[in-house]
Design a protein around this ligand. Structure first.
Ligand code: SPV
Ligand code: MN
Length: 616
């Protein structure tokens, strides 16, 4: 790197605190020279660190402390209005061969990516403190876990890491130095502070860019660089940014790293573990909590165990959940987790008189007291604006969860009985409430063609439906066709693969109301799945797979008659012929890397549904 003139002397690498790992020294040294911070702090994840950072953020106006009685030790942050969601349009994966990118990736060549992001990052931390934080993705010390070291200049990200991830303390960092490999990334809000200048409450840059380099694997060289944003998925690198890198590495290791929730449920047949792949803001967190035990709501690593089954563990130890719509009925467990305290809320509404927070759907009626919206403006129910941003979030540790699975921190994970794919599809008589796929190929086909209406979790057009394979569309770091092939390979070789299901809670009736009650009632679907796996529940064979029967599905206490249930559960040929057309358009975009068996399954489905349509 060429020497760049700095306004102040550069800090030196805190060698003693980093331990003996040369690659870690190189990472920090290179980062200092590129970003030119005023000082460097190595994080340790302690309560003292948390208190220090919290005071700093309060003093800067980034967060306010909430009423200690209502929300103990909890904070509210309001972001800049330009920094509220993941930024798909400026998130790039840099690959030497463009053919490897496929239709879901915004591609750059590595030289181009390096040049552009380096130009943005040069001197970007002037006047700021640079933090170095190492976390373990998965149980600490687990042989399938990996350490991710993030460099950041936004203390809020460190506080969020305390809640969401296992931060390595001093001793673990020194241990890492002795033997460990680690992944790493740089992230900056991209707003240097001039000498004598002051900070703003939510620093960010109107230019934002994230570049991943999944093929570059040199110890201590960052594989993801994120500029200009302080928002969750863009800035908390061990979340979606490392997902992109890890999904790419997992393919080479023969494993899976995926965007899925992991939960346990006790039924007639003992505890079963379920993985659920759902696109962002489609109720994955709520779903993950309706079972008997909870392990994680967003990211998992899954692999074939020596018993020939699929095993999985969650990578995080906290939840970054969507606030709007969360209440004591839709997710009583998470509400009680939030009330236990140590929560960071982002972009919900603030009640200045009581020091409380509110969001749409938290209570039926808006608060009787004064409300400030997520941007701090006075808000009244009739004003025409939302009080909380549609993608407003809470960050909470899973230690607050009363149904934490006893095996949540087991480095081997838990054995998985079923994988569920589910999107948000509102058409009445469209994507059924639940379908069991008849075999592994049909199951992988279901994952590869999962589709959902777009939500506020990313900066896209709301409500437009797109195919979101395996709920990974925004997180790909290699060709989607190769990912489909990888799933086929992993599961077709497995001695005892899990079963695969499609679920959809979001059908609306002719009057525009949800046709299925959803939330805790989704447990009725899990009950059917449990009994299916045990060979106890009957089903109707359809072209798509197996559908539940009215007489063998727990509808007690619900006002759902036979006809309504059949509309909810049985695939309608006309609807599916339309879906298959859309799938064909998508498959054409995927191109020749689409595995042949998926094209064959498409042809088979077309034939079966055409026959069914003629028979109607
Ligand atoms: C998602 O959008 O899928 C999330 C939130 O889990 S973020 O961390 O922004 O990706
Ligand atoms: Mn997610």
């Amino acid at each position: 790197m060429t020497a760049i003139e700095t306004k102040h002397a550069l800090p030196s690498v805190p060698v003693d605190e980093l331990g003996p790992n040369e690659a870690l020294h190189r990472l920090v040294d290179d980062a200092i020279r590129l970003l030119r911070p005023k000082d460097v702090v190595v994080c340790d994840g302690t309560a003292a660190e948390r208190n220090r950072l919290e005071s700093l953020l309060v003093a800067n106006g980034t967060v306010v402390r909430l009423n200690q009685k209502l929300w103990p030790n909890s904070l509210l942050a309001r972001s800049d209005p330009s920094d509220v969601a993941r930024l798909e349009q400026v998130t790039y994966v840099c690959l030497p061969d463009k053919q490897d990118a496929g239709p879901s990736i915004k591609h750059k060549y590595p030289e181009e990516g390096h040049r552009e992001i380096t130009a943005l990052m040069t001197g970007a931390m002037e006047g700021r403190t640079m933090y170095v934080a190492a976390v373990s993705m998965g149980p600490c010390g687990g042989k399938r876990s990996r350490v991710f070291v993030q460099i950041t200049d936004f203390p809020l990200i460190i506080l969020m890491k305390h809640l969401m991830t296992r931060v390595l303390g001093r001793d673990a960092l020194i241990e890492l130095g002795k033997y460990g490999r680690f992944e790493c990334g740089l992230q900056t809000v991209g707003m240097p502070i001039a000498a004598g200048g002051t900070d703003v409450p939510w620093p960010c840059n109107s230019t934002k860019m994230i570049c991943h380099f999944p093929k570059e694997r040199r110890p201590g060289v960052p594989r993801v660089l994120s500029f200009g944003s302080g928002y969750g998925g863009n800035a908390l690198l061990p979340k979606k940014c490392d997902l992109r890198l890890a999904m790419s590495d997992a393919r080479e290791e023969g494993n899976l790293v995926e965007h899925m929730a992991l939960m346990g449920r006790d039924g007639e047949n003992g505890r079963r573990y379920f993985l659920a792949a759902k696109p962002s803001a489609c109720g994955k967190t709520n779903f993950a909590m309706i079972g008997t035990s909870f392990l994680g709501d967003d990211l998992v690593r899954a692999y074939e165990g020596t018993d020939g089954r699929l095993w999985a563990f969650a990578l995080e130890k906290g939840i970054f959940g969507v606030a709007p719509g969360t209440n004591d009925e839709t997710n009583p467990e998470v509400m009680s987790m939030l009330r236990k305290g140590d929560v960071i809320f982002i972009n919900v509404a603030y009640l200045p008189e009581s020091g409380s927070v509110w969001w749409e759907g938290m209570t039926n009626a808006p608060p009787a007291e004064r409300v400030r919206d997520w941007q701090g403006q006075e808000w009244t129910p009739g004003c025409g604006r939302k009080a909380a941003h549609a993608n407003s979030r809470f960050t909470v540790s899973i230690r607050n969860c009363s149904k934490l699975d006893p095996r949540w921190d087991d480095p081997d994970g838990v054995p998985v009985d079923a994988i569920l794919f589910g999107g948000r599809r509102t058409e009445h008589g469209g994507v059924p409430l639940v379908v069991e796929y008849g075999n592994t190929t049909a199951g992988v086909y279901g994952g590869a063609t999962l589709s959902s209406e777009q939500t506020a979790a990313a900066d896209g057009k709301l409500g437009v439906s797109r195919i979101d394979p395996f709920a990974m569309y925004p997180f790909y770091a290699y060709h989607v066709g190769d990912h489909c092939a990888h799933w086929l390979k992993v599961f077709s070789q497995m001695a005892h693969p899990p079963r695969f299901y499609s679920v959809n809670w979001f059908q609306k009736d002719g009057a525009g109301n949800f046709a299925w009650p959803g939330f805790v009632d989704n447990d009725r679907v899990l009950d059917w799945i449990d009994r299916r796996i045990a060979g106890q529940a009957k089903a109707l064979r359809t072209p798509l797979g197996y559908s539940p029967l009215f007489d063998d599905f727990d509808l007690s206490g619900l006002n759902i008659d036979r006809a309504t249930f059949e509309t909810l559960t049985q695939p309608r040929p006309q609807f599916w012929l339309g879906e298959l057309d859309r799938q064909a358009v998508w498959f054409a975009e995927v191109g020749e890397r689409l595995p042949a068996v998926l094209a064959e399954r498409h042809a088979e489905l077309c034939q079966l549904f055409e026959e069914a349509a003629r028979a109607v």
